[in-house]
Write a protein that binds this ligand. Structure first.
Ligand SMILES: Nc1nc2c(c(=O)[nH]1)N[C@H]1C(S)=C(S)[C@@H](COP(=O)(O)OP(=O)(O)OC[C@H]3O[C@@H](n4cnc5c(=O)[nH]c(N)nc54)[C@H](O)[C@@H]3O)O[C@H]1N2
Ligand SMILES: Nc1nc2c(c(=O)[nH]1)N[C@H]1C(S)=C(S)[C@@H](COP(=O)(O)OP(=O)(O)OC[C@H]3O[C@@H](n4cnc5c(=O)[nH]c(N)nc54)[C@H](O)[C@@H]3O)O[C@H]1N2
Ligand code: SF4
Ligand SMILES: [Mo]
Length: 719
């Protein structure tokens, strides 16, 4: 007799945090559906969530540690794997210092309790300046602008999509990405509801995406020029006397400085550079100012580009100057059930970045990290502090970061590398030891990060739904901590966990005993929830398997601000220092062809191409370009194009589509699985090419060190 049980889990694959109903029998998944009773997602699910069983059952997903012996990986016991690390890693630190060991944390880390709660402990123990993450190929500009504007890098205003009348979106495609820095399951449903209420959506994107098709208006901007467009919108607000601070008046400093700063960014001055009419810009500024409740929101298209920090900053300058920040239907600050970084009242301190610089290229630190665009330099450039060993945690920088070929060669030259990762892929093939963790449904889950970026305040705890033989990643991380602390490979993980919990309890002012016999992440989450603003404990979340709805977002000013002045610092020196570079952009002749990226619905950056049900359809690695460009270049649909940049060259099949702005080529990232030594049979059979071979490691958003992955100058020709 098979007994079927249904359990409820939050999907950890993207930021939307959809509830899943998982039916299992004998420890195997029978079906996965959207949880209709989920308080937030109400049954919504995407193809990836629906394929989570195939991910779970993927035969290529590692079930045991791998150790490289004589150049080939062999499966070993956990004890042998840790013994190998103990033999090699501490010796490198002893001989060359802490900075000789680098760490790279990838995107799945933001979705993993182990990474978020214990990765920190591992990094602290490593004590290295060479910390890198996917943030510098993603949202770092937004952290930098929020840190200076509001005092906390995680004080990121979220568009109140469910109550706004006017949504101006730039460089985001939530119908495909399912939302980012905007946790909101079923964005299509939410955007349609906005329109049904009589609201309007304007989308700024060089491509007419699915989201653009749904929007009321699409403005096909020239890549990399959003900051110019936003500056000119601000200019119009001042020029036409449309600045309206409403309730913000007492809480903002620097308004006059902004007025002066943008005075020369008139619509006429920027029109040619941004590729939009001056009249259109003026009308957009008026519409935005006239809307009763409006929100401006920018995502990847506005962050991984030349002016990522300025664009991120100006998005919120507009939210402030139209009086829509912290206002119902505007751009608001969530308040998570626990772990909310900006929840401590009365905290005042000056946010700072650039506290140190990278050794080789002198690039600024942000949030304790260095730009991943310079990781290869730090590995290959000899001298004191040279990186000789690397730990990757859920990251695939060989596909996801700029000048990918250079990084690939650099990783091959390391003395030692450890990867905590469930796959043997393009990056982990360079490791000496791979330590796989359990798949999503076999671990506890709680959205430490995404509850802080959510369009509605919700709380959801997911217990492990399926059994696993693999140690949890937090246990693996603590075992590494023990090794680094000189306790040898067979160290006492439970004792280390007690230390972590005691420290966490002290930080939130609780006695750890209140958590009873909980251990691991559950104990830490219980502490976060108990010290959170809703007077709850983890038990309350456990009693609500479909999630707890804590209501719509509420105004949080001025308490949410932690700047030294206690005000919104609209014109922080660290940000406005980059305005001259923007001004110079007005004089720069545009490159004939620039490369941008795109996301694909049935894909997840680089790592879900091995899941068979997601293969095919529009999930293909092609170079999309406009028919006029195709004609000019002599490229027919399906022909092979040779695309070349300063750093590399690729041959890709062409897909002709008038959805793209002329002069713009779109190639998705995350492909390029046709390399030796990987163990991803399905992905390798549909390999595609690695678009980040073309991304230039020297092209950065300068304040944040974030890579330019949209707007890369390229040459195109028939192959
Ligand atoms: N299905 C799926 N979902 C995902 C992911 C995935 O790989 N697949 N990845 C996840 C991750 S890690 C993230 S960070 C999020 C990202 O979430 P989004 O930012 O919503 O994702 P994208 O689809 O990349 O949308 C970026 C858009 O910016 C446009 N763009 C490019 N250059 C410019 C420019 O210079 N200016 C403007 N205004 N627009 C520009 C692109 O054409 C594209 O439509 O998605 C997440 N969700
Ligand atoms: N050209 C271009 N490049 C881009 C982007 C772009 O838009 N254009 N987008 C950028 C963005 S937004 C991001 S976030 C980065 C992503 O960059 P990365 O985070 O480096 O890459 P991912 O493809 O997300 O890699 C995920 C890795 O984590 C592993 N993994 C999956 N699940 C788990 C888990 O539960 N635990 C552990 N330990 N590992 C796991 C996978 O096997 C894989 O090795 O890519 C960036 N690169
Ligand atoms: S939208 Fe994101 S969270 Fe929802 S099912 Fe798909 S991958 Fe999972
Ligand atoms: Mo990302």
């Amino acid at each position: 007799m098979r007994t079927m049980t249904t359990a409820y889990a939050v999907c950890p694959l993207c930021e939307a945090t959809c509830g899943l109903a998982v039916t299992a029998a004998d420890g195997r998944i029978a079906s996965v559906r959207g949880d209709r009773e989920d308080v937030f997602s109400r049954g919504f699910i995407c193809p990836k969530g629906a394929s989570i069983a195939a991910l779970h059952d993927d035969p290529d997903r590692l079930r045991a540690p791998l150790v490289k012996r004589d150049g080939a990986f062999v499966e070993t016991s956990w004890d042998d794997a840790f013994a190998e690390i103990d033999r090699r890693l501490p010796a490198i630190r002893a001989a060359h210092g802490n900075d000789a060991v680098a760490a790279y944390i990838g995107n799945p880390g933001a979705h993993s309790l182990s990474s978020l709660l214990y990765g920190r402990v591992l990094l602290k123990t490593l004590g290295t300046r060479n910390v890198y993450s996917a943030s510098t190929v993603d949202q770092m500009p937004k952290h930098l602008s929020s840190g200076y504007l509001f005092g906390d890098p995680l004080s990121i205003p979220i568009p109140d999509v469910d109550r706004t009348d006017f949504l101006l979106m730039l460089g985001a495609n939530p119908l495909v990405s399912n939302g980012s820095l905007l946790t909101a399951p079923d964005m299509r449903g939410r955007l349609k509801a906005l329109q049904r209420r009589g609201g309007r959506i304007v989308l700024v994107d060089p491509k007419r995406t699915r989201t653009a098709e749904l929007a009321d208006e699409h403005l096909a901007i020239r890549p990399g020029t959003d900051a110019l467009l936003l500056a000119s919108l601000v200019n119009v607000l001042f020029a036409e006397g449309r600045v309206r601070l409403r309730d913000l008046a007492d809480h903002v400093a620097g308004v006059d400085e902004i007025s002066a700063l943008v005075s020369d960014f008139t619509p006429d001055a920027v029109a040619a550079a941004v590729g939009l009419d001056a009249d259109t810009i003026v009308r957009l500024a008026r519409d935005l100012a006239a809307a009763d409740r409006a929100a401006v929101y920018g995502r990847i298209g506005t962050t991984v580009q030349r002016f990522g920090t300025l664009a991120s900053w100006l998005v919120d300058v507009l939210n402030v100057l139209t009086g829509n920040l912290d206002r119902e239907g505007g751009a608001m600050f969530p308040l998570a059930v626990g772990g909310q970084m900006n929840a401590a009242p009365g905290r005042r301190r000056a946010f700072r970045h650039d506290r140190w610089r990278s050794r080789v290229r002198n690039l600024p630190e942000v949030l304790g990290e260095l730009p991943v665009a310079t990781l290869a330099d730090e590995i290959t450039t000899p001298g004191e502090g040279q990186v000789r060993a690397l730990i990757t945690i859920g990251g695939n920088p060989c596909l996801s970061t700029p000048n990918a070929e250079q990084l690939d060669a650099a990783l091959a030259s390391l003395d030692f590398m450890v990867s905590i990762d469930p796959y043997l892929n393009e990056t982990t093939r360079h490791a000496d030891v791979i330590l796989p963790g359990p798949p999503p449904l076999a671990r506890e889950h709680f959205d430490v990060v995404f509850h802080q970026l959510s369009v509605r305040n919700v709380a959801h705890w997911t217990p492990a739904v399926l059994p696993t033989d693999l140690p949890a990643e937090w246990e693996t991380m603590l075992r590494l901590v023990g090794i680094l602390a000189g306790q040898g490979p067979a160290n006492d993980v439970a004792a280390l966990d007690d230390l972590v919990a005691a420290d966490a309890a002290t930080r939130v002012g609780l006695d750890v005993a209140v958590t009873g016999d909980r251990r691991g992440p559950a104990r830490l989450v219980d502490l976060l929830v108990r010290s959170g603003p809703y007077g709850l404990s983890l038990a309350d979340l456990e009693a609500a398997p479909h999630g707890l709805d804590l209501g719509p977002l509420q105004p949080r000013l001025p308490g949410v601000l932690s700047t030294a002045s206690g005000k919104i610092e609209l014109a922080p020196p660290a940000l406005i220092a980059d305005v001259p570079r923007l001004r110079a952009e007005l004089e720069r002749a545009p490159h004939e062809y620039v490369l941008i990226g795109r996301r694909q619905l049935r894909s997840n950056n680089s790592w879900m191409h091995n899941v068979e049900p997601l293969v095919g359809g529009d999930n293909r690695c092609t170079a999309q370009l406009h028919p006029d460009d195709a004609a000019k270049l002599g490229l027919a649909d399906g022909a092979l194009a040779r695309i070349t940049s300063r750093t590399g060259s690729l041959t890709v099949p062409v897909q002709v589509t008038d959805a793209l702005r002329p002069g713009v080529i779109s190639v998705p990232h995350g492909w390029g699985h046709g390399v030796d030594g990987v163990r991803t049979a399905v992905a390798s059979a549909h390999a595609g090419v690695n678009s980040n071979v073309l991304a230039d490691d020297l092209l950065l958003d300068e304040p944040s060190g974030t890579a330019v992955l949209n707007g890369i100058p390229v040459e195109v020709a028939p192959a």
